[in-house]
Ligand binder design. Structure first.
Ligand code: NAP
Length: 260
């Protein structure tokens, strides 16, 4: 049986789980691709390449040169540039693409969400009065908060930000989820947090802070997901299980065509 070469564009927990699920699948020869932004990424049981391809053109060339038969875009929900590149590159290289996009979080009863379009708007939404703010927006995206130095920030990120990128009044926690609701609640209480700022990443790993904020009545400034160009042109699933089912049907179809 000929193994199908599969490229998983990573950056999400789903990409890691899919990589684990496919590691011993004899039908597929899977490689994961990471942007290389996380210093110590979760280790994966399949080959991993790191760093950009050089735009859509570079990715198309990589797909052709490496005889990739399928691409699964499981990038982070906010990695819009890479998603657009994947669509264009797969079209150019005539490679089938599946997008694995986990659903965004939706507010429940008791949530006090303030929806904004980007991090500049998030910083503005905190207001002029000095506040105690829990920031979980990623270590590379602190600039808007540096420009709002009146607040006290509790910054949590997977890797430590460059010290000069931190707002002046910031305490840092370096930690990787998943986080438990009780711990999140204690954290918000201990730091007397008045606002939580987060991107609407969705998923389970960092959702506990939202439940903790709801219980404590703390408002959450929620950055909406960016619009995805040509999203409707791509076959899309929401879970790893659905992606695996899609791969099963793809493989069954390919075997039937080959008469194997
Ligand atoms: P992006 O604008 O979509 O990507 C920028 C460039 O990084 C891409 O054009 C590509 O470079 C490279 N890249 C991204 N994902 C890649 C992958 N899986 N394999 C190889 N190269 C990849 O997005 P971003 O700068 O990565 O992140 C944007 C947002 O997503 C931020 O809000 C960030 O906090 C969030 N985020 C991203 C990741 C991640 O792993 N990327 C993880 C957590 C959160 P070339 O054009 O050279 O190919």
């Amino acid at each position: 049986m000929q193994r199908v070469k599969l490229l998983i564009l990573g950056g999400s927990g789903e990409a890691a789980n899919l990589s684990r699920a496919l590691a011993n699948d004899p039908r597929f020869d899977a490689t994961a691709s990471l942007a290389g932004v996380t210093e110590q990424p979760v280790s994966l049981p399949i080959p991993v390449r790191r760093g950009g391809f050089g735009g859509a053109e570079g990715l198309a060339r990589y797909l052709i040169d490496n005889c990739i038969g399928l691409v699964i875009d499981a990038t982070h929900p906010f990695a819009v540039g890479m998603k657009a590149n994947a669509i264009e590159a797969c079209e150019r290289a005539h490679v089938r693409l599946l997008a694995l996009r986990r659903p965004p979080w939706c507010p429940s009863d008791g949530d006090r969400w303030i929806l904004v379009d980007d991090l500049d708007a998030a910083a503005e939404a905190i207001g002029n009065e000095p506040r105690r703010v829990f920031l979980t927006t990623g270590r590379k995206e602190l600039a808007p908060f540096v420009h709002a130095p009146q607040h006290l920030y509790l910054v949590r990120s997977v890797d430590a930000p460059e010290p000069e990128s931190l707002p002046p009044n910031a305490e840092l926690i370096v930690a990787r989820g998943p986080f438990a609701e009780n711990d999140e609640r204690q954290l918000l209480e201990a730091h007397r947090i008045e606002f939580v700022v987060t991107k609407n990443s969705g998923g389970t790993g960092s959702v506990a802070k939202l439940a903790a904020a709801r219980k404590l009545g703390v408002p959450v400034i929620m950055v909406r997901r960016p619009a995805l160009p040509n999203a409707e042109s791509v076959e899309t699933v929401e879970t790893v299980e659905e992606a695996l089912a899609w791969l099963d049907s793809h493989h069954a179809g390919a075997s039937a065509r080959l008469g194997v």
